[in-house]
Design a protein around this ligand. Sequence first.
Ligand code: AGP
Length: 613
Amino acid sequence: MCGIIGCTGAFPALDVLRGGLRALEYRGYDSAGIAFFNADSDILTVKASGKIKNLEDKLDTIPDSEKISFCGIGHTRWATHGEPTERNAHPHGNDRVQIVHNGIIENYRELSVMLSREGYSFKSETDTEVASLLIDFSYKKQGNDPLKALAKARSQLEGSYAIGAVFSDRAGEIYAMRRDNPLIIGLGESESFIASDITAILPYTRKYIRLGENEIARLSGKNVTVFDEYGNACEKQTETALWDVDSAKKGGYPHFMIKEIYEEPDALAKTLAPRISSDLLPNFEGENIDVKRLASSKRIIITACGTAMHAGFIAKYFIEKYARIPVNVEIASEMRYSDMIIDENDAVIVISQSGETADTLAALRLAKNKGAFVTSVVNVVGSTIARESDAVIYTWAGPEIAVASTKAYVVQSALMSLLALAMSLEKKILTESEVKALTGKLLHDLPSDIKYILDMRDEIYSAAQYFADKKDLFCVGRGIDYFAAVEASLKIKEVSYIHSEAYAAGEMKHGTISLIENGTPVIVVSTDKNVRQKIVGNIRELASRGAYIISLSTPDREISDVSDKMLSLPSESGEFLPIAVATLLQMIAYRAAVLKGCDVDCPRNLAKSVTVE
Ligand code: AGP
């Protein structure tokens, strides 16, 4: 989704803005632009559609003397209103004000009618330009006072926004305000920054403050003042990012996606080890969650989007199995507008890597309004979802930059499995020794199975090579393997653009099997021994209609015989093997995308953190 960067102070602004925009690329974008004060204190605005390289090429045509600057704002735009053209790229505004904006202004039509009556005309199709001209209108009315202008505009704007603004007669100053869209302010030695997330400013500082809802900030060099919604200057708590600069770099890997897959064993250790005692019992003491309360729930509702929701399926499987609590997994974008029956007796668990997904946040707010106790499982410390939840458990996966979520899914699934074991113990369903055996599998055997899988390069290549040039494929499984297939299917779609459908293997014959033709690739996940015989039957049904079967199973002669290709899985992690299988499927999806020459880390049309509806 869109990204904002801005800087004022000692550093050459164009270097900071370029670097920041590059660091924000991972969020997904289709045009970029910057506005900066030059040596004569005039604002220059440069924009380009497509990649940041196009913007840099344009900047290269400007004489160096024109590019001396110590203050500017920049933006990567992921189109919502209007096509991804240069005309629609940010910054927007006029000769008095230029703004960059993340989010959606919902009442932009009404505002544009009002502004047209006041003599304004519009050059773009964007809601952002309307917001910029509204700010300009207020600026003129409020005696060229940026704070008053922004406060007035805030009272008129509906929707979500994080805005960075520069005013032509305020050289060296940046203004920012936000509602329902994140924005942080970086604090340097002699400079300050605005950014959508910390990765954009990590080379310069790890100290930052979070701009709160409806707050307005003024930045000038190292001086930062934040005003609350009543216009009073307020104290803000300084936070320090734990991520280092290298964790947000590729570190020798060709793509972030593959780097992040290789980080899975380490991310698992960081996430699980602090929650497991030396005698292998789950231990959430000292954390801001209430295992007792969760364990005593009549029902648990898990809500999330995309891959995070798929981790919710794994959680459902293990919570129902070990803690015997019924679990509903709800699509957050559906739940937010549903009339769901939910009250204070329900425990709601929200899963999100970014902690900023708009639909997930809305589902969380709905659950809280209805009185449910909300626990979130989040990777980004201090994110909006983490802050608005009643309780939070962090996954310690480090920054996930690739749009395709990989390590976050693995750690979410493993952490939720550990939580299921903790609940089981609390409810005295499994004995201590049974729990210890399972916890050991999670802590030691799961990472070791994943490491084994990471070495299966030839098998991964050959599986991906088979379907990389196909248009359609299917991923099937039964029980928890079906949940693994659902996530595999999403991963293949998003990075390799191959149409893929996930099916519960036994359901294919109720309609979908009509799509199977000679050579149609079907990936079969088979780890669950309870349904092994059933899946063999399903494979036979598919194979006899021409499907090309790629099975993922622990060594099994019969499955191998009925498959065209079988990838042999390790088995140390036992019941948790479906989590390790995710790594294998992520690698297969990655390899297929590379074979097809896709933009692996920034797949078309997608954004990393989906902060709009
Ligand atoms: C998957 O690879 C995705 N990019 C996407 O489905 C993602 O998991 C979803 O948008 C939720 O994001 P979140 O975890 O940051 O809330």
